[in-house]
Write a protein that binds this ligand. Structure first.
Ligand code: UDP
Length: 481
């Protein structure tokens, strides 16, 4: 992949003349800043001011033309996280005539998708906030094809999962810092700004405690179209079911540990008569993890971002999420919500440690690793005595962090018991089948006939033609499911 901007040759003088004469043209979709994506011609960016610039001229277009409402609070969200005040996009305005006095523009010939990553070091955020939304934003606009270039404006460095972002297009994504080396004034020939939120299923608790989004619009089918694309890019072929069935334990090695992992693995293997293997982000390549998970019958893991890899599980598989002491599984459901999306066809099971003896706490660690030593004594004591973290807002609640970063000795009999309540025989992938729902077309020729027979009897006959699409369906009961 080449780092330079231009494979496409552009006529510099013609491009400059177009910019000066036509100015910036913007047409957006969406009624509010939270659902808006804008398409621009000749949107510019000052790498010194770190601001986007809209140039007015005789041919410039600005739709919507919001006037001062453009700042209430912004034109649009640059990330898929709704209305987050660190993720707003806006531009400054200048007459195109000002270009005479400005640095010579450098033109970006690639069609650009300009956006923010939300938290590129956390795998849940990477998939949920960035990769899926970018993938489906690109599906929404035909010119955002594999030759488009991604521009990440949030200001982070590449981050540990940058290779995943690179899979979405054939061109190397560029970061805000790298733009400086391209020039003082960049002008994007054609660009899209913003990100579709249509695939997101979770809100992280910025205004109300975290939970599933109110109006989820994505189903397992779209999730799996995305994972299929990612697996093709990673050169992982979906093996056919023939091979041996197995369980994957996804472990964390730095914090929130399972203290008796060996015992857990033996117990799972014995109970389900299946090979049981461990993976971790520290010890396995991403491709290897995807390859293993995409054929697994069951995925077992502590609550944490690594569980977003359930995206790659085959239909019919089981997700077992382990929660440390005092953390109510019902209050933290990003992975439950994912596993139970319509059409994901996964079984979800939560287990919580309810035994204080089986937890190891770290009160003396730094606050961001769950330490509480910086709090006053009474508050420390209250936290230590508490049996459940009360619902809270994101992201720095010390009681939550304290409990989230505990290590846990898993009580094997109680875990096997809750799994067995759901998984009766062997867990395992089901035959792949289409499981979308079908809805009948409208009823036609509805008729209502009343007739009176004598003085004591009346009849009402209601008749109708079957919906038009029903006659093409072999299994007519599928409407009823
Ligand atoms: N992580 C990991 N092993 C560990 C601790 C963290 O792989 O022992 C990963 C985790 O999956 C996530 C990132 O590091 O992608 C940040 O973890 P953090 O605990 O901050 O977030 P959480 O998992 O609670 O969302």
């Amino acid at each position: 992949q080449s780092q330079e901007l231009s494979q496409v040759q552009i006529d510099y003088n013609a491009a400059l003349q177009t910019l000066v004469e036509d100015g910036t043209r913007m047409v957006c979709t969406g009624r509010m800043h939270t659902d808006r994506i804008c398409r621009f011609e000749s949107l510019c960016y000052s790498t010194e001011a770190e601001e986007f610039i809209y140039f007015h001229s005789n041919s410039s277009v600005m739709l919507p033309n919001l006037g001062s409402r453009r700042f209430q609070p912004a034109l649009l969200d640059l990330s898929s996280v709704e209305d987050h005040n660190t993720q707003y996009f806006n531009f400054v305005e200048l007459p195109a005539a000002a270009l005479k006095y400005m640095p010579k523009p450098v033109f970006v010939p690639d069609i650009a998708l300009i956006t923010n990553r939300f938290n590129p070091d956390n795998l849940m955020h990477v998939f949920h906030d960035d990769l899926l939304p970018i993938y489906y934003t690109m599906q929404q606009f035909p010119d955002l094809d594999l030759e488009a270039r991604l521009f990440f404006m949030e200001g982070w460095s590449e981050g540990v999962h940058f290779d995943l972002y690179k899979l979405l297009s054939n061109k190397q994504p560029l970061l805000r810092e790298q733009l400086k080396s391209l020039g003082r004034l960049l002008c994007f020939t054609k660009s899209y700004v913003g990100l579709s939120k249509i695939t997101t299923w979770y809100q992280y608790g910025f205004v109300q405690p975290q939970g599933p989004k109110a109006n989820i619009l994505v189903s397992g089918n779209e999730i799996r179209q995305f994972t299929k694309f990612m697996m093709e890019k990673l050169n992982i072929s979906l093996e056919e079911s023939s091979s041996e069935e197995y369980i994957v334990v996804f472990s964390r090695t730095i914090n929130r540990l399972i203290l008796n992992e060996a015992e857990l693995i033996l117990a799972l293997a014995q109970e389900f008569q299946m090979k049981t293997i461990t993976v971790s982000l520290e010890e396995h390549s991403f491709s290897d993890i995807v390859r293993l998970i995409s054929n697994a019958s069951m995925l077992v893991s502590m609550h944490g971002a690594q569980l977003v890899m359930s995206l790659f599980l085959p239909r019919g598989a089981t997700v077992v999420e382990l929660f440390p002491y005092a953390i109510n599984p019902e209050h933290y459901t990003p992975y439950k919500t994912l596993a139970t999306l319509p059409g994901m066809d996964l079984q979800y099971i939560a287990w919580q440690n309810t035994d204080r003896e089986d937890t190891v706490t770290y009160p003396d660690r730094p606050w961001d690793q769950g330490g509480i030593a910086h709090l006053d004594k009474a508050e420390q004591e209250r936290i230590i005595k508490s049996t459940e973290v009360p619902r809270h807002l994101c992201c720095r609640n010390p009681e939550w962090l304290f409990r989230a970063y505990q290590d846990t000795k898993v009580d094997i009999p109680s875990l096997i018991h809750v799994i067995r309540q759901t998984v009766k025989s062997k867990p395992g992938p089901k035959k792949q089948r289409w499981s979308g729902s079908l809805y009948p077309g409208k009823v036609r020729d509805a008729k209502c006939q009343a007739s009176v027979q004598g003085t004591s009897e009346a009849k009402l006959v209601v008749s109708w033609q079957i919906p038009w699409n029903l006659k093409y369906l072999k299994d007519k009961t599928s409407f009823l499911k």
